[in-house]
Design a protein around this ligand. Structure first.
Ligand code: HDD
Length: 712
């Protein structure tokens, strides 16, 4: 595929960043003072064999800088990848919000988006079973708005007070720092089994949503109920949704485990390559709007972040689209130093009293200080707003601006009252004036006590194959726990979601679902332990199913950027090859030649073809589909190499589309799936269009039962 760098059209943010970027092409090496350097290989010594002299300022500058290269990684979401792009409004929602980005359809608002895993360290694998962060920084004309969300519409806990407990339980255990980037261990399930509000987010993580195929194939959610405020000061509740153009797709757990070994940068590389090749990832922005008068209309509390509003109850209205069209120039300067703050909002958007959101408003600013080292972190190029900034805050480490004048306080007369205040009509921010008449109290609302209804709705809404994946995930995770009472407690609460689910997991674990556990379900056991006032009630059914929650109902239209391995050896059939390659590339799939060795190979028309990967350096889990062109000599060689057969068997076991060209009967006979040819995604000498439609379906899940029997 022709390599195309980032979109040449530059947003205001990119133009601003260019003022800070440094181009080293054709430039001499200098010190940090601009002194030209003529030797950076040898320290200054007394004689060629030493000793090194204290005078050596060049050595000191180089080593000193190196010694301080690292900053603390994020306490959560440490591993991430980001890209630049823009947001465009399709339809004004001025009836709900006065925010410029929600009223002006002519704007292209620059964005910087960082995707991440949560639990793992910076160097961990992309394919951990985990929530994915989906943080969007909108550089709007009225100031920066950060929508710091996840790829799941709900969160684990209801109150920020519990966040350190949640994270301490899922992170590696403190005595031995094991396991890395994995929730499958005792401390996490100790916490989850004593904190039933976690169950909804937890079952999402156990589903295929916890192991996405690509960052580009994930939904994003703002999670909290926010407020939109219009120019007349009227407010509506709102939930934000990102819907990916490519649909929502995942890998299987077996693939996730193997991808982690074969390419732990799988998601990072996928995002980078898609943008470099000009296939820019795209999402629609949708809103679910609820009038204030309907605040108490639902069976759940809108302020409870462990609940979603089913789309069948409040439809998602699509109002805009976001395109990511430019990779960062420098990972550290941009992706690592970007600082998201849920407290960054603009007029027209406001908070609600969701107690999780309220705690986040404090935490993020605080954490940037320890990560980035100074309250001036907003001056780092990636964090600079495109809106003008005039503040009375001064000084601090690394002040980059040079504020002019005599005053840095308000009110002042010496500077003519500047910087001056703006009236609301001129864009000055005023918080939504919500009436609150309440007692000061440390407690949880009873309306937050329903912990089972929505996990059950989610599970009911899944397709059969998705349910199977959830059963396997629970079995794997609990199977990794060593403490029997934790397993039993988990099984008891899973049974409150779905008895069949609990039974199947229990069978896999070789234990029984307990009929009861000690009461209360939540919080510490012990004579004078604090007990939550409200224990979870029995599940309610206010909606039988919500089809949008199932990935079976996502988009299956395109094969853009799908990676297709062509298994070839010398003598492959050029006509077969060319017809298929052209058809796939026309649909913007990525064809890669996998051969017995690197370098190049020859087709039956004696032409040389560049090999993309030697079979010993790659794995079928890195591809979406496999094609084997005809050609007797080539097929024979492939048949003789066990790794090629493993490649094919594995692709079959992961329910992927596989196509063979002419004369491949003997090769098929050598595979472990030779007896399963009545399969809609296993194509023998069929037209490219059949292969294309099989790839677009992502996987043939109807194959799952036989696929599980393939020994790989
Ligand atoms: Fe958080 C980072 C998402 C609750 C405290 N969070 C962070 C990031 C994402 C989220 C995507 C990475 C941002 C980036 O790419 O730099 N967090 C969420 C969502 C939550 C949530 C969707 C619930 C709805 N978080 C949450 C709570 C707290 C935090 C309740 C603390 C009380 N989160 C942090 C943090 C981080 C963070 C420690 C680590 C690095 C950072 O902020 O910049 O402050």
């Amino acid at each position: 595929m022709a390599k195309k760098k980032s979109d040449p059209a530059k947003t205001d943010k990119i133009k601003q960043l260019e003022n800070y970027s440094v181009d080293y092409t054709d430039k001499p090496l200098t010190t940090r003072q601009g002194l030209k350097v003529n030797d950076t290989n040898n320290s200054l010594k007394a004689g060629v064999r030493g000793a090194t002299l204290l005078e050596d300022f060049l050595l000191r500058e180089k080593i000193h800088s190196f010694d301080h290269e690292r900053i603390p990684e994020r306490i959560v979401h440490a591993r991430g990848s980001a890209a630049h792009g823009y947001f465009e409004l399709i339809e004004s929602i001025e009836q709900y919000s006065k925010a410029g980005i929600f009223t002006d359809t002519t704007r292209k608002t620059p964005v910087f988006v960082r995707f991440s895993t949560v639990a793992g360290s910076k160097g961990s694998t992309d394919l951990a079973r985990d929530v994915r962060g989906f943080a969007v920084k909108f550089y709007t004309k009225e100031g920066t708005w950060d929508l710091v969300g996840n790829n799941m519409p709900i969160f684990f806990i209801q109150d920020a007070m519990k966040f350190p407990d949640l994270i301490h339980s899922v992170k590696p255990e403190p005595n031995n720092e094991i396991p890395q980037a994995a929730s499958a261990h005792d401390t996490f399930y100790d916490f989850v089994s004593k904190t039933t509000e976690t169950l909804h987010n937890h079952i999402w993580v156990m589903s295929d949503r916890g192991i996405p195929r690509s960052y580009r194939m994930m939904e994003g959610f703002g999670i909290h109920t926010f407020r939109l405020v219009n120019k007349d000061g009227e407010a509506h509740f709102v939930k934000f949704h990102w819907k990916p153009k490519l649909g929502v797709h995942s890998v299987t757990w077996d693939e996730a485990v193997k991808i982690s070994g074969a390419d732990s940068d799988f998601h990072r590389r996928d995002l980078w390559d898609a943008i470099e090749s000009g296939n820019y990832p795209e999402w629609e922005l949708g809103v679910q709007v609820v009038p204030e008068k309907d605040e108490h209309k639902y069976d759940f509390d809108l302020l409870d972040p462990t609940k979603l509003i089913p789309e069948e109850m409040v439809p998602v209205k699509i109002i805009g689209r976001m395109v990511l069209n430019r990779n960062p120039e420098n990972f550290f300067a941009e992706t690592e130093q970007v600082a998201f703050l849920p407290g960054n909002i603009v007029p027209g958007i406001d908070f609600t009293n969701d107690p999780l959101l309220q705690g986040r408003l404090f935490s993020y600013r605080d954490t940037q200080l320890s990560r980035l080292g100074s309250p001036n972190f907003h001056q780092i190029p990636i964090n600079r707003p495109v809106a003008d900034v005039y503040v009375n805050q001064r000084d601090g480490h690394m002040q980059m601006d040079v504020p002019k004048g005599q005053t840095a306080y308000f009110p002042n007369a010496l500077s003519n009252g500047c910087p001056y205040l703006s009236k609301v009509a001129e864009g000055g921010f005023d918080s939504y004036q919500e009436r609150i008449d309440a007692k000061k109290i440390r407690a949880r609302s009873e309306s937050f006590s329903d912990h089972f209804s929505q996990p059950a709705l989610f599970y009911r809404s899944l397709a059969k194959w998705e349910k199977e994946h959830v059963i396997s995930a629970y079995s794997f995770e609990l199977g990794k726990c060593n403490n029997e009472p934790i397993k039993e407690r988990m099984l008891y609460i899973i049974a409150q979601i779905d008895t069949d689910l609990a039974k199947k997991v229990a069978e896999n674990l070789g234990v029984k679902v307990p009929k009861s556990v000690e009461k209360p379900l939540n919080q510490a056991i012990g004579a004078d332990a604090v007990v939550e006032d409200h224990q979870p009630g029995k599940k309610k059914i206010y909606l039988e199913e919500s089809p949008v929650l199932s990935q079976a109902n996502t988009k299956f239209e395109s094969i853009v950027t799908r990676q297709v391995a062509f298994l070839v050896a010398d003598g492959f059939h050029m006509k077969d090859f060319e017809t298929m390659q052209k058809a796939l590339e026309k649909e913007k799939a990525v064809v890669k030649l996998v051969a017995p060795h690197g370098g190049s190979i020859k087709c039956d028309e004696d032409m040389n073809h560049k090999v993309d990967a030697a079979i010993m350096t790659t794995e079928s889990v890195l591809f979406d589909a496999v094609y084997v062109p005809g050609g007797e000599k080539s097929l024979k060689r492939i048949m003789g190499e066990p790794k090629f057969l493993k490649f094919l068997n594995e692709a079959f076991s992961h329910c992927k589309a596989i196509a063979f060209g002419k004369e491949a009967e003997d090769l098929l006979e050598a595979t472990a799936f030779k007896n399963h040819t009545d399969d809609e995604a296993l194509l023998m000498n069929k037209k490219p269009k059949d292969f294309i439609s099989a790839i677009a379906k992502h996987r043939n899940w109807n194959r799952m039962e036989v696929a599980q029997k393939i020994p790989v």
